[in-house]
Design a protein around this ligand. Structure first.
Ligand code: SER
Length: 318
């Protein structure tokens, strides 16, 4: 990775990934693109272009003119939004990926495309979910992710495009809030803990999902993209995770810092059904074996850092 173009650079992952990649590879070597433009670090700290990922010609031209050797394709709808607007999700999630694959094929780019724990479904083993297992998701987001994984592997096998991906769990960060995901509760809970001392969870007590703190997720992308391709047995996409918990366990972790924190429940049946169709805890051993994946943060170290950073951010905004 030397000249990198990112799509969806103002999204939940892109906004932090762009900054990290600019620190590593140099600001002028990372072209951020998004469908909108905001007053933000991403827009102000290096090259930025407006891009709707459904515009194939513009995507190709931007990558070519920039001299990109890598594409990181982040523009997509998350699970709950995709469930509310399934046709839009199909068109955007698949259409954007096809354009990224075609651009990568034409220009010889390395391509990263994220998959998700959403690529699993109710018939997948829930505990210690293997790398290679049944994938029959029941959500539109999951259908997009499985189709995307297969398509990326197809472009590698058929056209030699160096496609790589991970199945991200819920990602937690103090920077850009997620939008329209099922795991978003695990971010909201920290904001509400600091702002109100209490939180009402739309996910039911006892619902386990995999999660990861954003710094570990960003490092995983860099490590996978830098890994020796000849050592990769899998490509699209590797299970990665740092922890698995249910809502009560975050509450316990938060109470170590905010003793009176209260957690209550008002379950959203749509997002609960999505969560129930996903694994409880996935096995990341293929990622560890093939490219040395590691996560630094567990629930308590993440909670401490999250509360510290978020309280600085919220106080600044007062
Ligand atoms: N965090 C995502 C979501 O909830 C999962 O990939 O949609």
């Amino acid at each position: 990775m030397k000249k990198i173009m990112i799509t969806g650079a103002l999204g939940q992952i892109g906004s932090e990934l762009t900054v990290k990649l600019r620190e590593i590879y140099g600001s002028n070597n990372v072209l951020a693109t998004d469908i909108r433009k905001t007053e933000s670090t991403v827009v102000n700290s290096g090259p930025f272009e407006l891009l709707d990922v459904l515009e194939a010609d513009r995507m190709y031209t931007l990558a070519k003119d920039f001299g990109a050797d890598t594409m990181i394709h982040m523009a997509a709808l998350l699970s709950a939004t995709a469930e509310a607007k399934p046709l839009l999700a199909w068109n955007l999630n698949m259409g954007g990926l096809v354009n990224a694959l075609e651009t990568s094929r034409d220009l010889g780019l390395q391509l990263f495309s994220p998959s998700s724990i959403g690529a699993f479904g109710p018939s997948t083993p829930k505990q210690n979910t293997p790398q290679d297992t049944l994938q029959r998701p029941t959500t539109m987001y999951g259908v997009n992710k499985v189709a995307g994984e297969l398509l990326c592997d197809y472009y590698f096998e058929k056209f030699g495009v160096d496609t790589r991906g991970v199945r991200f769990p819920g990602l937690i960060s103090y920077d850009t809030p997620p939008g329209g995901g099922t795991t978003d509760y695990a971010v909201d809970i920290y904001y509400k803990a600091l702002e109100q001392g209490k939180y009402t969870s739309y996910i039911k007590q006892g619902t386990y999902m995999d999660m990861m703190y954003m710094p570990d997720a960003l490092q995983a992308i860099v490590d996978l993209m830098e890994a020796d391709g000849s050592k990769l047995i899998h490509r699209n996409a590797f299970n990665v995770t740092a922890m698995s918990f249910e809502p009560e366990q975050i509450a316990v972790s938060i109470r170590k810092h905010i003793p009176n924190f209260e957690l209550s429940y008002d379950v959203d049946p749509i997002r609960q059904a999505i969560a129930d169709s996903w694994p409880n805890a996935i096995d990341a051993s293929a990622a560890k074996d093939e490219w040395d994946f590691k996560a630094q943060y567990d629930l308590d170290t993440m909670t401490k850092d999250m509360l510290e950073k978020l309280s600085l951010k919220l106080n600044k905004n007062d």
